[in-house]
Ligand binder design. Sequence first.
Ligand code: ZN
Length: 424
Amino acid sequence: MVSQELRARLQQTVDSIAVIDTHEHIPPESAVCDGKYDLFRFLEHYVSSDLVSAGMSRETLETIRNPQSSLTLEERWRLMEPFWKYCRTTGYGRAILEYMHDLFGVEDISGDTYAELSRRIQAAHTPGWYQKVLREFARIELALVITWPGQPVTVDRSLFRAVPILDHFAIMGTRAELAALEKETNRSIQTLDQLLAAQEGRLDDFCKQGIVAVKIFLAYRRPLHFERVDKSTAARVFDRIWLSQTQDLTFADLKPLQDFMTRRLVGLAAERGLPIQIHTGLQEGNGNYIEYARPTLLTNLFMEFQDARFVLFHAGYPYVSETAVLAKTFPNVFADLCWMHAVSPFVAARTLEEWLETIPCNKILGFGGDSNYVEGAYGHCKVARRVTTDVLARKVEEGYFSEEEAVFFAKRLLRENAKELFRV
Ligand SMILES: [Zn+2]
């Protein structure tokens, strides 16, 4: 049993840390102040995936979360309720219950509260809400946010830094996708060399606009093993795409070019001192190949790109021990717990305990909310502070380290490591 005084002291210290949040998907504030915000807008991710897993049809999910659909709030609730009762106990369910309670003062998400909750959400979504939630309530000093292919990397720099996904230069497989890249970069792309120039030009533009890392998202679509490919082989694949009018090329056909371009992105990021955040482990949504996302598939990159700094996201869950071994043994590999506090506080705690005994503590990134909403960032950060405190208190109590060491560890984990790595 951990003494209450020790736990309270550590909680106070952990709560006082101005967190650097390594990963969010929060849109510009204007997008959520559209006067149409309600509970069901929070089904863009996470709980929505559990609802589908519990049996809700994808069509139902699409209708209830689409603000343009003609359903009333009551009709949406009636479609959600039969499955919500099975999902409210998962990590996602607990997290949303907690942040709706804290931020909007409702005791539950139920037939009695969905309408009033929606009214309060809409009333709160006015300019200044982000500052209030992130700064005042969550005590997050800065959050790294993902920008999607084709999106600008301009963000409110008082709260955010941008991390673009650039792997669409690697994954395109049709003339139409090539045309989209031409439009995005305002260049003509008819050869592999032009594709390389477009990728590099885009990255350099983004660097001038203050990005702090790049993101590789490919584990949603293919295995994370990127082989060394010679340029002429990659160029032959490029030419086949350029000549094809339809999507008739298989993954096996496209893989050499994808591997070549992904490795090229790693090299470019390393030259510019940008860390590379990589999605590993659990994919959001329903029905994917978890083995695509296995962290050890990346080992050859860690060996060959020694100047690059790789950040393995989501603890690589369920491969958290693989992530531990990689971050333990490769100086250029960092382990990031982002999203895990929402997936499962238990898994986050168990993983953190394993990592703190295996990985030097400057290599662990302790929090990223991975939410599309500031409310989620707040809620997931609260869970992270609680889990971190619990684990540290236990380790002090059992004599693994001193209270002073626990405080040092907490500051590295929730702030200092990210500050150093991303130079923010
Ligand atoms: Zn994410």
